[in-house]
Design a binder for this molecule. Structure first.
Ligand code: GLU
Length: 325
């Protein structure tokens, strides 16, 4: 079987929190336990929210935990650059491929118009676009273009996309009602995550996408983009999100549970591997001394299911009871 290629793709809008680290760990194990490679890509598309300092700290955190990568970050590699902010020319070419298929149209709706007219919401709480600009005539486009620059949207087909998630099992989404016509490039010229992530994973030869559950509902539209752009569709595995003890989702912006915070509570990177609650589910007691000793008991390509015991070997963690969901 071909060696898997996985990736870490953090957005440098804050320090990696416990949930990001958990997801990174599973992504790393899923690739490395099968002799694969890992790519580190810096998803700094939105320069206003991204800071170099966070990207560098993400590398230091992954490094401290022994989650080594083979390409990207300080290593470079055949698909350089690995910073999305440096790849806009490449995204333009990808967008042109979609334009050539008649799939892209300009959208002049303001944020206020979108909010006023876009109910009901798509499955992930995003606004479902009502298609107001879907069928503008060339004259209307020319006239509206004089007043404001448009965003660009993908015209989604009347299709249901199904796939099997490595962790959550069979999934299906009817595109028009599940995600609607989605944005490929914002009106300020910044490429959308959905286009950039597919183009990059496709071009970088990623075969296995392991990431947080918050992106599960984005996967069907991404599968559509893989097909339209002519890239093989990778495997997808979404990991449960960690919650804070008050039930809130961890957020980079809140500075929640950064690695330095965790280490300051008395955990060394070495003990992190043993103390991590997921080892209670992955491995037998006693906790393993290092990451490679977990390979034999890592359950294949996915993370452990919610039926696994999540509380073993995790004393001292605020999140020990809210891991699986
Ligand atoms: N850049 C995204 C994040 O930091 C992850 C995107 C992905 O894995 O597809 O949340």
């Amino acid at each position: 079987m071909a060696r898997p290629v996985g990736r870490f793709a953090p957005t440098p809008s804050g320090y990696l929190h416990l949930g990001n680290l958990f997801c990174s760990l599973i992504a790393w194990l899923a690739a490395k336990s099968r002799g694969g490679e890992m790519i580190l890509r810096n998803e700094d598309l939105d320069v206003e929210r991204s800071r170099k300092e966070y990207a560098l700290q993400a590398q230091r955190d992954l490094d401290a935990l022994g989650l080594f990568w083979d390409q990207g970050g300080d290593k470079g590699g055949p698909h350089s650059p690995y910073d999305q902010s440096q790849r806009f020319d490449f995204y333009r070419v990808q967008l042109e491929k979609l334009e050539a298929q008649g799939r892209v149209y300009p959208c002049f709706c303001s944020r206020a118009q979108l909010h006023a007219a876009s109910a009901p919401h798509a499955s992930d709480g995003e606004l479902l676009y009502n298609g107001a600009c879907r069928d503008l005539t060339p004259e209307q486009v020319a006239e509206k273009s004089r007043a404001r620059s448009p965003a660009l949207r993908l015209r989604v087909p009347e299709e249901t996309i199904a796939f099997t998630d490595l962790h959550y099992g069979p999934q299906a989404q009817h595109l028009p009602t599940g995600c609607g016509d989605f944005i490929l490039r914002r009106s300020d010229g910044v490429y959308a995550y959905q286009l950039a992530v597919v183009a990059d994973d496709g071009a970088m030869g990623v075969t296995q996408v392991v990431r947080g559950r918050d992106l599960l509902s984005s996967t069907p539209r991404q599968i559509l983009l893989y097909r339209l752009l002519g890239y093989p569709v990778p495997e997808f595995g979404h990991t449960p999100l960690l919650l804070a003890s008050d039930g809130r989702r961890l957020s980079k912006r809140d500075g929640d549970q950064s690695l330095s915070g965790i280490l300051s509570r008395g955990y060394s990177p070495g003990t992190w591997w043993g103390a991590w609650p997921i080892w209670g589910a992955c491995c037998q007691n006693p906790p393993p001394p290092g990451r490679r000793s977990c390979f034999p008991s890592f359950p294949g390509k996915s993370c452990p299911g919610r039926t696994s015991p999540c509380r073993r070997g995790c004393s001292g963690w605020d999140d020990r009871d809210t891991l699986c969901g």
